[in-house]
Write a protein that binds this ligand. Sequence first.
Ligand SMILES: Cc1ncc(COP(=O)(O)O)c(C=O)c1O
Length: 418
Amino acid sequence: MFNPEELKQDFPILSRQINGQSLVYLDNAATSQKPQVVIDAISHYYQTSNANVHRGVHALSDESTKLWETSRATIATFFGANPGELILTRNTTEAINGVAYGWADHHLSASDVILTTPMEHHSDLVVWQQVCQRTGAELRFLEVDETGRLKIEQLEEIFAHSDIKLISLGLVSNTLGTRNPVEKIVKIARKLRPEVKILLDGAQAAPHLPLDFHELDCDFFAFSGHKMLGPMGIGGLLVKQDLLESKAFQPWLFGGGMIATVEREKTEFAEDLADRFTAGTPDVASTVGLAAACRYLQQLGMKEVAQHDQELVQYALEKLTQISEVTLIGPVYALPAQPLDRVGSVAFIYQGVHAHDVAQILDSQGVAVRSGHHCTMPLHTQFNWQATVRASFQVYNSQADIDKLVAALAKVKAVFGI
Ligand SMILES: Cc1ncc(COP(=O)(O)O)c(C=O)c1O
């Protein structure tokens, strides 16, 4: 098992002082920090191999193309997918939009239903609202209970009364931390309606859990590189091979690089899947950087990464529960005979103090957390939370960081005299 305090040495930014204090970075669900190996991979690419891919015969172009292709393969393999199943995007948001334009717009019409949940990040909600406006399809919700869990027992009933064509939900909620029972949902959905398509928003799962795209048995899986130690501006969409081969899933960005032949009036798109979905010049440097992040995580071992995360989550829950002014949101206790279904973060309300004020006081002590609605406004509205404070973790966080968070929270009490 790795030692998070030792890992901190790999992340140059973590040696910074903020407001005269050593930085305690607990805003990883928004974006993670980057290890030196990722920073080096990007600058090494620009120093030694920069050239446009595919369209050149010269040595540098060939080298750049090979780097791009091997990096794509590393990223796909990290998720247990074939390189042909990976479409590189800028982030999760772009990946979900890709499913909207590349699949939903072609296959949905009035009376079709998209099923999602109220705990989705806006990226996995606003996109579907727009699809419904364009196609006439309807949006329905699998509701969330008071403990922050999906009311999965309602699923069969919802299927019985709606023509569900697409289910789109997060594997892990960025606000509640809930690790949703997607395996059960996929199984029930496939049994009740084999042709239903399932998209998993993996933005908050990819950084923490060992994942296998084929085992998950979803049709689409979206993720962001910047939340899993990689650079900003690179992420991906995994798409089931048969949807690509049957061309049921189509390119949604058009231009150079993704073509086989172009005539004045029409175009044949490239058969090669990586090419067909890469319109324009790809971000090779960020792809190389994300591959370096995948290798870094693989060296730590994703099982160990998940175990470390579980220890931090449990420790944070235990410590925060002891503060009487703190009300935790999301799963706090495990369901009988199950591991705690919470990953990556703990969010809470500090009674009587606005979340932004809490975050500001924590910042004055070097502790970086996020405050606000975390891009889940409908969830906040449903539970009447004006705003919440979220501490979220990465491999370099330790129990000592959580102790510092708890100590910094004592200052909130002192300042507000609560
Ligand atoms: C669950 C979830 N989905 C989607 C996103 C959007 O990710 P990005 O901004 O990288 O596209 C986030 C970002 O926080 C998220 O937490």
